[in-house]
Design a protein around this ligand. Structure first.
Ligand code: MSP
Length: 503
């Protein structure tokens, strides 16, 4: 039995509709959660929306709507996107929920009790778009390092004693070498922390759209401190003795974009340690997508709507492309042509064609039933062993969040199976040796069964269709059943339909 898993995405700002970057992390988290569940793990998958802060207040004002009405509307776009990209069971958290207000204020209070907060005045640069404070020396040509505009802010503010956490953080990174992944990101964070940490302004008092600071409602909590707390809210904080908290918190894996690594890998573990809580198990920072070679931006007008893509190409197709095209952790380019290419070659020609050619051959030439398995030759054993090795390899890849590796491993078996058909030539055996033909077809069905089960987290709809066509019972589609349950000769097979049409 595998341990529990807790996979989170960032919670998305609701100043605008979802784009491909949001869909990317969310699909990655879904693939991981589904993979863990395939192995019998209890996996909690959390996503949702970040609804407070100056940026949202401004967007609501611009729209001429009350902030709450505004966030209700935009948050729904994100929960709707979840259906379109075919998310499995998950929790969708909104920071305007009362349970979150309670958790965020409880964390604040705990920090006060632990003497981690003091009141002073903030003077410095602030980027509303990034909802982040920057020092003068961090600015590049008068803008935030992200390219966002900054404004000068002077206001009374509460501070978190982040500077005290420099050494404990460095010790923590040292003792937990895989806390920040990939390693290149880990090195970046370590050198940032070694450069010295300043206390962090954690409240704002010049606007109102946020969670009030306990006992000083003139201030609202800094949106990042509040937002990070969502990972605790979802598992019942402040009740740290509850079953969910105990089971899931030690397993927490936060998937984030590289732009928000500092908030997750520096501020968050420091806040947690300051509140007597252990940091999560891992922060994994993925890269950014450019669009046809260009930075995605609203002003350029090249933002990609994931819902339109699913309408055009299908959800499995988009999921596969995003997971396969770029190693998780690296930047990548989104090009329609590359998407079509992946659909036609990997999905239609390789996987789709494998199941279609085997199943339609069986329909026509083997009485539309699971064929008998006779003595195995070396070629049979080689391809079967490759298929049977997949679960262990996929699990290891999932443990490293190596999502494109999962696809590669599976497609190696798909390629091997296609070559096996060409070498075994069942169409010739039909005339010369039907017993051998049956064994070859049986072997192929078993390989396809392994492939379909293992690929189901990435392309759930297509995998289910393939497994239906193999007449695999619904409760025999997990990793345990791959070894505990066998195909039975004589089982009727339905008429196959292609699962991945070519574009
Ligand atoms: N609300 C904060 C996160 C709080 S988590 C406690 C936030 N929201 S966001 O909506 O602006 O961004 C969410 C995620 O989208 C980030 O992880 C960011 O990296 C990701 N992406 C934004 N543009 C992207 C691409 N072009 N490509 C890939 N991911 C991108 O930050």
């Amino acid at each position: 039995m595998k341990p529990a898993a807790y996979i989170t995405t960032p919670i998305y700002y609701v100043n605008d509709v979802p784009h491909i970057g949001h869909a990317y992390t969310t699909i990655a988290a879904d693939v991981l959660a589904r993979t863990y569940r395939l192995f019998g793990s209890k996996a909690l998958f959390l996503t949702g929306t970040d609804e407070h802060g100056q940026k949202i207040e401004t967007a609501a004002n611009k729209a001429g709507v009350e902030p709450q009405a505004f966030v209700d509307k935009v948050s729904k776009h994100f929960s709707d996107m979840g259906k379109v990209i075919n998310l499995s069971e998950h929790q969708f958290i909104r920071t305007t929920e009362s349970r979150h207000k309670k958790a965020a204020q409880a964390l604040w209070q705990k920090l006060v009790e632990n003497d981690q907060i003091y009141k002073s005045k903030y003077e410095g640069w602030y980027s509303v778009r990034d909802e982040t404070f920057f020092t003068e020396s961090e600015l590049v040509d008068g803008k935030a390092p992200t390219g966002s505009d900054v404004e000068w802010v002077e206001e009374p503010s509460y501070f978190f004693k982040l500077s005290q956490w420099q050494e404990p953080l460095l010790r923590f990174y040292e003792a937990n070498p895989t806390f920040i992944q990939p390693n290149s990101r880990r090195n970046e964070v370590i050198s940032f922390v070694k450069g010295g940490l300043r206390d962090l302004s954690i409240s704002r008092s010049t606007f109102a759209w946020g969670i009030p600071v306990p006992e000083d409602p003139q201030h609202v909590m800094y949106v990042w401190v509040e937002a990070l707390t969502n990972y605790l809210t979802a598992i019942g904080y402040p009740n740290i003795d509850g079953a969910d908290f105990k089971q899931f918190w030690p397993e927490a894996i936060h998937l984030v974009g590289k732009d928000i690594l500092r908030h997750h890998a520096v501020y968050w573990p420091a806040l947690l340690m300051a509140a007597d809580l252990p940091p999560p198990k891992r922060i994994f920072a993925h890269g950014w997508w450019t669009i046809e070679g260009e930075k995605m931006s609203k002003s350029v007008g090249n933002t990609i709507d994931p819902i339109a893509l699913v309408d055009q190409y299908g959800s499995d197709q988009l999921r596969y492309f995003l997971m396969r095209e770029v190693p998780f952790g690296k930047d990548g380019d989104f090009a329609q042509q590359a998407l079509v290419q992946r659909i036609n070659s990997d999905l239609a020609n390789d996987l789709g064609n494998l199941s279609q050619r085997v199943l339609s051959f069986i329909q026509k030439n083997a009485e539309a039933q699971v064929p008998e398995q006779g003595d195995l030759t070396e070629a049979d054993t080689v391809i079967l062993d490759k298929a049977k090795a997949l679960p262990e390899q996929v699990y290891a890849a999932a443990e490293n969040q190596a999502l494109n590796k999962i696809c590669e491993l599976i497609w190696q078996v798909v390629g091997g199976a296609n070559r096996y058909i060409d070498a075994q030539k069942p169409w010739d055996l039909r005339k010369s040796d039907t017993a051998r033909m049956q064994t070859v077809l049986h072997t192929l069905l078993d390989v396809i069964r392994h492939v379909a089960v293992m690929v189901s987290p990435v392309v759930p709809d297509a995998a289910a269709k393939i497994l239906d066509q193999l007449a695999i019972p619904a409760d025999k589609r997990d990793v345990a059943s791959l070894s505990d349950w066998q195909l039975m000769a004589g089982t009727d097979l339905p008429k196959p339909e292609p699962v991945f049409p070519r574009i």
